[in-house]
Ligand binder design. Structure first.
Ligand SMILES: *Cc1c(COP(=O)(O)O)cnc(C)c1O
Length: 478
């Protein structure tokens, strides 16, 4: 295995040092090389590794490029990739008494501490923020229904009219979680936001009051610590206090932004985390883990077990017992019953991945990365503010900066800025090494770079701003 991994490793090093650019333009070549019918005779291991190295790896996504700022997930850093590969062989499952299982729990505790959660918050890993939100809202559902004498995991969700409170800036996986949990997408209320796109406590209070008067059962208030669109942080304390006052579960979605608390210039914006009943964070976002690692934290994992326990399965019962000196083979020694706390049974060891990141960088190293990324967003925001033909659409709180090209004042009513900026974005992707995404901010089309890639440098940000102005000028015919 070592030889093969070394060959693929060399190809990955090559990819990281000189990214091959857009695979779309080369599609005809790689897609024909990788087409054809199901082979009858196998090509053998060497041939497969050669194809991986020559055809597959060089035609991956542009996420690994230092100028890829489109999504909140980028190419992972090296150490966690190596840790994930090691785990996939040495401990393909997180269960049983192994060093990997031990790191599952240790890394969850470290992660909680890193992100400013109290030691009482205990976690469980899952594959990403989507599932982590689902698990957290499963706990919220359990709690709300149990208050009213119903066990929703056993009896289902009939009989009550539930509602979940979020904002229009909340990640859409919250709606999907509501759908999967039988709460209903349509029962996710969208609370109004302020100029900074943060959820407004007064609007939450109004909506809640109206719903309670109608006999609706609030299941959760979902605040976001670092929205996906703009990196805004909802006022956690004010929202959490309202939730508390009404006995409603308070969930904080920090999939992207929770590690932002490490930047002491903005850590005060996270005030109120201590009132959260559940919190999620995605190490595969700002901690640069390979995709597939998120964590849900709650105060008492017993509620997760009530919400997600599996029925007993005969094949999981052990033949041996730890007391018989049989620990090596005993499945009684499964360790913490993570499988009963979320929705996966078979599950990779993810703790070792997070542990490897925190062990490599320490709190100081992670903090330096987070601050550096926030600095890139502020740097861009200053360039935008100073430039007469650029407009900052919202003040960055974290590492996202939303802005657009506006031309010479807004004098020319014929200039359709949404279309112009959409065209500008396409040209950036095709012609330059800068790959932001877009979003809509206050109703208009925005360019949205999210700086989260440890290989991005400040001069790239300057080059990007210059490229936006140059292409914008060309498109506007200036
Ligand atoms: C990315 C994101 C999610 C979804 O996480 P995945 O890991 O993509 O499933 C949820 N909430 C927020 C705030 C996010 O940024």
């Amino acid at each position: 295995m070592g030889d093969q991994l070394a060959r693929v490793g060399a190809a990955l090093d090559q990819l990281m040092s000189t990214p091959p650019g857009d695979a779309v333009s080369r599609r005809a070549q790689w897609s024909s090389a990788l087409s054809g019918r199901l082979p009858h005779a196998g090509a053998g291991a060497d041939a497969v590794v050669a194809e991986l190295v020559d055809v597959v790896v060089p035609n991956g996504t542009r996420l690994v490029e230092p100028g890829f700022w489109g999504w909140i997930t980028v190419g992972p850093s090296t150490v966690p990739v190596v840790a994930a590969a090691a785990a996939s062989v040495a401990a393909p499952q997180r269960y049983m008494i192994t060093a990997f299982n031990h790191l599952e729990e240790l890394s969850l505790d470290w992660l909680a501490e890193l992100c400013g959660l109290g030691a009482q918050m205990k976690g469980v890993y899952s594959s990403g923020g989507s599932v982590a939100n689902l698990v957290a809202l499963g706990a919220a559902r359990q709690w709300a229904y149990e208050q009213r004498g119903i066990d929703p995991a056993v009896q289902g969700t009939g009989g009550l009219r539930p509602a979940v409170y979020a904002s229009a800036e909340t990640h859409h996986t919250v709606q999907r979680a509501a759908a999967v949990l039988g709460l209903g997408r349509a029962n996710v209320r969208l609370v109004a936001t302020d100029d900074q796109l943060r959820m407004r406590p007064d609007s939450l209070r109004d909506l809640l009051g109206a719903d309670l008067a109608e006999g609706i059962t609030p299941v959760a208030v979902v605040a976001t610590a670092g929205t996906t669109n703009t990196g805004s942080i909802d006022p956690l304390r004010a929202l959490g206090d309202i939730a508390r006052e009404h006995g409603i579960w308070f969930h904080v979605d920090g999939a992207y932004g929770l590690p932002g608390i490490l930047d002491d210039r903005i850590s005060a914006s996270y005030d109120g985390l201590d009132v959260a009943d559940s919190v999620i964070v995605d190490p595969h976002k700002w901690l640069n883990a390979p995709i597939g690692v998120a964590a849900t934290f709650v105060r008492d994992r017993a509620i997760l077990e009530r919400a997600f326990t599996q029925e007993p399965a005969a094949y999981l019962e052990s033949v041996g017992h730890p007391d018989d000196g049989d620990v090596v083979v005993s499945l009684d020694a499964m360790g913490v019953p993570y499988a009963d706390m979320a929705v996966e049974l078979s599950s990779p060891s993810r703790g070792v991945i997070v542990w490897s990141i925190l062990r490599e960088l320490g709190r100081d190293g992670v903090t330096a990365r987070i601050r550096g990324d926030n600095d890139l967003a502020s740097r861009l925001a200053s360039l935008v503010r100073e430039h007469p033909r650029l407009e900052l659409l919202v003040e960055p709180e974290l590492s996202i900066c939303c802005f657009r090209y506006v031309g010479e004042g807004q004098a020319d009513p014929g200039l359709d800025l949404d279309s112009l900026n959409a065209a500008l974005l396409r040209r950036l992707h095709v012609e330059t090494a800068y790959i932001p995404s877009s979003t809509r901010v206050h109703g208009v089309f925005a360019l949205r770079p999210c700086f989260i890639n440890p290989r991005t440098t400040p001069d790239m940000v300057d080059g990007f701003a210059a490229a936006v102005v140059r292409i914008g000028d060309e498109l506007a015919g200036a």
